[in-house]
Design a protein around this ligand. Structure first.
Ligand SMILES: NC(=O)c1ccc[n+]([C@@H]2O[C@H](COP(=O)([O-])OP(=O)(O)OC[C@H]3O[C@@H](n4cnc5c(N)ncnc54)[C@H](OP(=O)(O)O)[C@@H]3O)[C@@H](O)[C@H]2O)c1
Length: 340
């Protein structure tokens, strides 16, 4: 099999394709011949040595794949062999063959392409946890979604629109027309406009009921201020720590310095009627049964046409460095994938 390794911490060019012998599924696992692997921002932070959850480098990153099952280990229930699937992987997903526990695998609905399938797990599970499970977004509420053009941003927009909420999105200006077509009601170019002031203006001073913010630092401070009474701030990343393509801790130090360590406290939260919460899908491995339920509901939503993953671009395995550049140059609108 072929795998893409992070050979050392550094720029995208540290990603290298290497050959290895095919893995055999252990008890409870199935083997998937991969058709597409998802690229996530966490892989980029991992490549730069900024992601503490990543196993020690050298390592094969990757949290999600789609493909076809060609073997099952002992004790696997159900007839998986020969089925088209999508799966979450605990690292190791940048490979043309993976073995994963069967409880992390979902049957791919008829008519869903391998590319669409690989774009679902991380982005849509994260968006579901943020918008539905913890954000509790309701019809006619307003949600502010940062990085609305990323994979999570588009997934969250589709889920929010299906609920009947109003969406305000921040994104680079070049992405606005396409995001408007996807359903974002109001767009803010965060590079030239102050999102706090613009959000107040759009909501006639009231603020928003939910914010999804993976930018971090100063952005969390401003977001907290622009929450309406009963509003919730969902924090799920610190992309503003990534200021270069090489390993650098200065961006991380900047985010830590501007993090609102003291702005939220029990008294201020209580008196302002505001909530804050955090999401890290990578720490939800103990909740696989709940994730299965989310996956089933999401695939049902796909069947009904309520969600539709948007693939920005797919790259061959030997083009993995370009895939990381593409995201870091902020060129993606939607999901970036690797195809063996
Ligand atoms: N906690 C979790 O469980 C979890 C799960 C998934 C993702 N996340 C986080 O959510 C965020 C978005 O993930 P995603 O998969 O949707 O992203 P993505 O598809 O890779 O897109 C990233 C987008 O974020 C924006 N961005 C903001 N800061 C950036 C930076 N420093 N460098 C490059 N782009 C930057 C860019 O859009 P603009 O052009 O509009 O700036 C870019 O296109 C990331 O921070 C990621 O770590 C967290």
């Amino acid at each position: 099999m072929r795998q893409i390794w992070i050979t050392k911490a550094g720029p995208p060019e540290v990603l290298k394709v290497k050959e290895a012998s095919d893995p055999e599924p252990k008890a409870g696992e199935v083997r998937i011949r991969v058709e597409a692997s998802g690229v996530n921002f966490a892989d980029i932070m991992g490549r730069m040595g900024l992601y503490p959850d990543l196993p020690p480098i050298p390592v094969v990153p990757g949290y999600e794949v789609s493909g076809r099952v060609d073997a099952a280990g002992a004790g696997v229930e159900g007839n998986w062999t020969g089925r088209n699937v999508l799966a979450v992987t605990r690292f190791g997903g940048y490979a043309d063959t993976v073995c994963v526990p069967a409880n992390q695998v979902f049957a791919r609905p008829a008519g869903m392409s391998a590319l669409e399938a690989a774009a679902i797990p991380v982005n849509y599970f994260t968006a579901w946890q943020l918008v539905v499970v913890m954000g509790g977004l309701k019809r006619n509420e307003t949600v502010l979604i940062h990085s609305a053009g990323g994979g999570v941003g588009i997934a969250a927009t589709q889920i929010a629109k299906h609920i009947g909420a109003r969406v305000i999105g921040t994104a680079s200006a070049a992405k606005h027309a396409e995001l408007r077509a996807i359903g974002v009601d109001h767009l803010i170019d965060y590079r030239t406009e102050d999102f706090e002031a613009r959000t107040r203006e759009i909501t006639h001073g009231r603020g928003v009921e939910l914010i999804l913010d993976a930018v971090g630092g100063e952005s969390w401070k401003k977001g907290y201020r622009v929450l309406a009474p009963t509003g919730r701030l969902g924090m799920f990343g610190i992309s503003s720590a990534v200021t270069r393509k090489e390993r650098s801790i200065f961006g991380m130090l900047g985010v830590l310095a501007s993090t609102p360590w003291f702005q939220f406290n029990p008294l201020s939260l209580m008196n302002a009627n505001k909530g804050v919460f955090g999401v890290n899908l990578g720490h939800m491995w103990g909740e696989i049964d709940r994730q299965r339920e989310w996956g089933d509901r999401l695939l049902e939503s796909w069947n009904k046409g309520a969600i539709k993953p948007k693939v920005a671009r797919s790259f061959r395995f030997d083009e993995a460095p370009q895939a990381h550049h593409f995201i870091q140059d902020r060129r993606n609108i939607g999901k970036v994938l690797l195809v063996p």
